[in-house]
Design a protein around this ligand. Sequence first.
Ligand code: LRH
Length: 478
Amino acid sequence: TTITYCAAIDLGATSGRVILGAWSKNRLKLTAVHRFPNTFRTLDCNDYWEIGALWHEIQTGLRKAAAALPRGAKLASVGVDTWGVDYALVNDTGRLVFPVHAYRDNRTQAGLKTLGGTRAALERVYAATGIPNVFYNSSLQLAETIAACPAITDLATRCLFLPDYFNYLLSGRMANELTIASTTQLLDVHSCDWSRAALDYFRVPAQWLGKPVLAGTKLGTVRGIPELKSTRVIAVPGHDTACAYDAMPASPDGTDLFLSSGTWSLVGFESDTPVLGPDALAARVANERIGDGRYRPLTNVIGMWLLERTMLDLGPNARPKNPAAWDKLIADAAKLPPSKHLINTADPALANPPSMKAVIDAQIRRKKGAPPKNVVGYMRLICDSLGRGHADAMRAFERMTGRKFKRILIVGGGSRSPLLCQTTADAASIPVVSFNLEGTAVGNIANQLIALKAVKDLPSFRHHLTAHLEKKVYNPKK
Ligand code: LRH
């Protein structure tokens, strides 16, 4: 029997991993060969990723993947996905000519207000790109870089979004990939190319961007790691959320709502057409793309970031030290009564506050409630509030599209929280199905297997995957 080995490099805003996949007889076996934390660092007033540290972790992970192969076996390919929107500006020789900023940097606030305050421009940009005005958009970030450092237009010749940049470091080839391009607010919502109108509005030089390639494009072979010199670098959907959605064991009739729950909660579905117009703009629907060019209309709900940051404020002992301690924290929170007052998850003050706990407490006090007393209480409050946020996003989609969702499929870190699954089911009044699945890595590997012709297409991959998946169903409690 043939076994096809692929490695997924999957970088999230708070953690990264390299996962080895072995595909044989229509089954995928995963081994997490390397995991590492990720964080941005603040220098003066700005936030930056530690890009050299991430590259070091990627190389370490690939060496571990090579070492984990059975004797004589070869790693067929690798693929990279990362969080959305962030980018590296490079010159023709690939040198970084600007530090890589993190999307939580407050530098886009002025641009966000300007666009938000000009109805005509806001509608024009939305009609052109299908992406709402959100603080982290690459469009706003690039506009700020160019305004603050005008000489950058002479220094930089290419803009590579982070998966594109790591693909370049791995393979030597510069290419912009479609799904990550679709997070920028610079891509034309009706084609698979850049939007002239958006580039003009944000004054981004068109020559910085190459026509996006589709998922499955073979970029070259791995440079710099002798054991992997014949391993291909394949452009997978570079956006982590696109990979997570690809891994969803969805029913083909389109009645499943997708929830990828991590730092952010991405609530959406797959569609042949974008969801546009005034209601979509008001509901902040982002028409991101699937690797093959179709659409993933989704709403970005603030997600577990609330918990990540609140735990920092509660001190070093608030954060569980191992999986069992996490389970206990979640179980204790589930025993508390449902929260009387919920967090307004759309409050922009939650994006990157000096103290998350202070913002949450202030919100609850404004509603004449009492803030939680400890980490268990915050866990309860945050899960109740996210559940409501997920359900609101679902109802908005139902209103706009006439669809009726029958189930919510959840993957990602939050899918391991019975409390979050249950609060979501209760608020949405439909079952939540959670899968024991490292979704993003699975979607990443699926796209490599399809490019290598080891699997026919995504529907058949999902079909095979569904046959062996462990799932848990949370029915709404009346
Ligand atoms: C989640 C995510 C999300 C957004 C954000 C910036 O990791 O990719 O879809 O784009 O990060």
